[in-house]
Design a protein around this ligand. Sequence first.
Ligand SMILES: Nc1ncnc2c1ncn2[C@@H]1O[C@H](COP(=O)(O)OP(=O)(O)OP(=O)(O)O)[C@@H](O)[C@H]1O
Length: 241
Amino acid sequence: MRADALSCAGIAAGYGPVQVLYGVDVRVGEGEMVGVCGPNGVGKTTLLRVLSGLQRPAAGHVRLGGRDVTGVPAARRVRLGLSTVVGQQAFGTLTVTENLRMYSYPLRQRGPALRDAIDGAFAVFPRLYERRDQLASTLSGGERQMLVLAKTLVQRPRVLLVDEFSLGLAPVVVGGLLELVRRLNRLGTALLVVEQSVNVALSLVDRLYFMEKGAVVAEHTAAGLADRPDLVRALMLGGHA
Ligand SMILES: Nc1ncnc2c1ncn2[C@@H]1O[C@H](COP(=O)(O)OP(=O)(O)OP(=O)(O)O)[C@@H](O)[C@H]1O
């Protein structure tokens, strides 16, 4: 079995008095691609927030490359090799190039190293290069998603966390983004993606966790689900299949 790139154990978390996660255990091996699926509101995004360091769990531990990072803030986790892509969040009042520079900030890249990293991102996304001096707030949804993913080309993470590829984007754009993630994976980046769409997740990942009411209730390899639409349907409907 591959060594863990990222893992968590016994995670409990919530918002004020409302508990959302109940003892969640998840692991992502080095270079592995893993998905977390489940119906609306089961706590997928909350799990991502805990893993990325945006939210401190009430109980449990998060480990990054074997090191306990439970109390480590999000920005320092970036320096330890963890990048997070959530929605289409970019700095709207900054240009495309300025956004890419901001993404490099936690890594303290400067001078030629920073220019090379940004040029590398533009080489993958020529469309962003054409719009390099445009404010991020004026990009289309798909372009903004490219910009957010270009962050990963600047940060070159050991583990990438993604919240929903498929949300509000045209299938052709989603296809392009999946291709980029496969490319990053070939370069060694492990992936944990939270997805509403099982089909999108299955087109990418090696292994899938299914959540229900704040807990992981099933784990399957993508190969094991390939010819089982009945099983996938039951898992997404919360059927404890
Ligand atoms: N900031 C918050 N304050 C209070 N409750 C919240 C907050 N954010 C999320 N919740 C609640 O926590 C629960 C889990 O939300 P979460 O966003 O983690 O689910 P999800 O599985 O990602 O859902 P979806 O697939 O709809 O995005 C939901 O009931 C949600 O209403």
